[in-house]
Design a protein around this ligand. Structure first.
Ligand code: ADP
Length: 427
């Protein structure tokens, strides 16, 4: 072969080899790019666990491995963020108060279900990112929250509505990390404190009532003791009359203190020992105690027990107190010659006890108030018959502790019927 021809042949061979190599490289590159497009599409569809084929040699293999490593790191980070978010939403959901987190423009960053309910959200489930004015339908709360947007101070406010519902709003500013000046929003904690306020008012009323009730007999005792001390030569009849008053008032004090202690022990369920109690036996014991009072007023005391063997799981002293309070009241508020009857029967799996009298009766407007502590229809009458105003409150607490209920039917001047309903099976 001539030298020119062999050079030409060599160049052709080289060109063919380069062309083949280029062709193969182009095919590999195209396959890689196709793969890359497919995987990136999957990633944009949040399939963060998709990976590139890493068998390619050289730079493409390196690029695939780096890409896969980057994807793995990203998938882990996203998983962590999602887990943290899940934790945060679970915590928020479990908080029994309403929690609302706002930015300094009043846009909602976070909100929990309780807050949604309280603020009467106009877009349940889609509040985040929206402004409170678009979301909150509860005008009074919106007005309050608007005052605190961007506030640097911790604050709290009680909002009392016309229907007696009371909300407590507690506002805490959210500071940018490590900065005591840059506020990025506020956390608003909304709590329905209606029950707490009611209980607190009841406690205040109770303390005021107890003090008043204790003060009255004490003042009287004090006055008569002073008179006796200052007048040593007082006539015997007067002295005896004063001593009788002192005795009566100190008995009243004793009864009051006993009733207050009993009420508090029922409320706190102190030493509550229960046993299987035969109601009929308790009634007979109570009749022995009150029998002589009824007799002295010539009141006929009767009973009609459907089942004399009926028993309930309860505290014996409480059941005795329940019968005693109702029957004692029936005798106290029935004039001489009247009649008091106790009925017992079972209806719809419930034990019914009725205490019926034909006494003075209770006006309609007082009928649901008489179960309140210290409420008396006629204060003077109650005092004169030795009442403390706590008997029915104690009875109601006892009935409640048995998961039962008590009500009264009464007509002024004709008599009253107290109806106690107790489930036959007390859980
Ligand atoms: P009290 O110690 O004054 O009797 P209670 O709590 O037992 O207190 O009763 C509250 C009020 O309910 C009484 O003061 C009385 O006015 C009224 N009351 C209770 N039982 C009767 C009844 N059987 N008949 C008429 N009034 C009653």
């Amino acid at each position: 072969m001539e030298p020119v021809n062999s050079a030409y042949f060599f160049i052709m061979l080289l060109a063919c080899s380069v062309a083949i190599l280029l062709y193969r490289y182009t095919i590999t590159l195209k396959r890689f790019l196709n793969d890359f497009v497919k995987i990136s599409k999957k990633v944009s569809n949040k399939e963060f666990h998709s990976r590139l084929e890493t068998s390619a040699r050289g730079e493409l293999g390196k690029l695939s491995r780096n890409f896969n490593f980057m994807m793995e790191t990203m998938a882990n980070t996203i998983e962590e963020v999602e887990y943290k978010h899940l934790q945060l939403t679970s915590v928020l959901k479990s908080i029994s108060h309403g929690i609302l987190v706002l930015d300094i423009d009043g846009n909602i960053i976070l909100i929990n279900d309780e807050a949604r309910k309280i603020i009467k959200s106009k877009c349940i489930g889609n509040e985040e990112g929206k402004n409170i004015r678009q979301v909150i339908d509860f005008k009074e709360i919106l007005r309050e929250i608007e005052k605190y947007i961007g506030s640097k101070e911790n604050d709290s406010y009680s909002l009392k509505l016309e229907d007696e519902t009371v909300y407590k709003l507690k506002i805490d500013p959210v500071y940018l990390q490590n900065s005591k000046n840059a506020i990025i929003g506020s956390i608003i904690n909304i709590e329905n404190i209606t029950e707490i306020v009611k209980l607190e008012n009841m406690r205040k009323d109770f303390v005021a009532n107890v003090s008043h009730e204790l003060k009255t007999p004490l003042t009287s005792i004090n006055g008569f003791v002073e008179t006796l001390i200052m007048n040593e030569d007082l006539e015997v009849s007067k002295r005896n009359r004063f001593l009788a008053i002192i005795q009566k008032e100190s008995n009243r004090l004793k009864r009051l203190i006993e009733d207050i202690l009993l009420l508090s022990s029922i409320e706190n369920k102190d030493n509550l020992v229960t046993e299987n109690i035969a109601l009929y036996n308790v009634l007979k014991e109570v009749y022995e105690i009150v029998g002589y009072i009824a007799c002295s007023k010539n009141i006929e005391l009767d009973y009609c027990f459907e089942d004399e063997n009926i028993k309930i799981q309860a505290n014996g002293d409480y059941i005795k107190q329940l019968f005693l309070n109702l029957i004692d009241n029936a005798i106290k508020y029935t004039p001489e010659g009247g009649k008091v009857v106790v009925n017992q029967f079972v209806k719809n799996d419930e034990i019914i006890i009725e205490v019926i009298d034909n006494g003075v009766g209770i006006p309609k407007e007082d009928q649901n108030k008489i179960f309140q502590r210290f409420y008396r229809v006629d204060k003077a009458r109650s005092r004169s018959v030795g009442g403390t105003g706590l008997g029915l409150a104690i009875t109601k607490h006892i009935v409640n502790s048995l998961k039962g209920s008590i009500c009264v039917e009464s007509e002024l001047g004709k008599g009253s019927k107290f109806i106690v309903t107790i489930p036959t099976k007390i859980s």
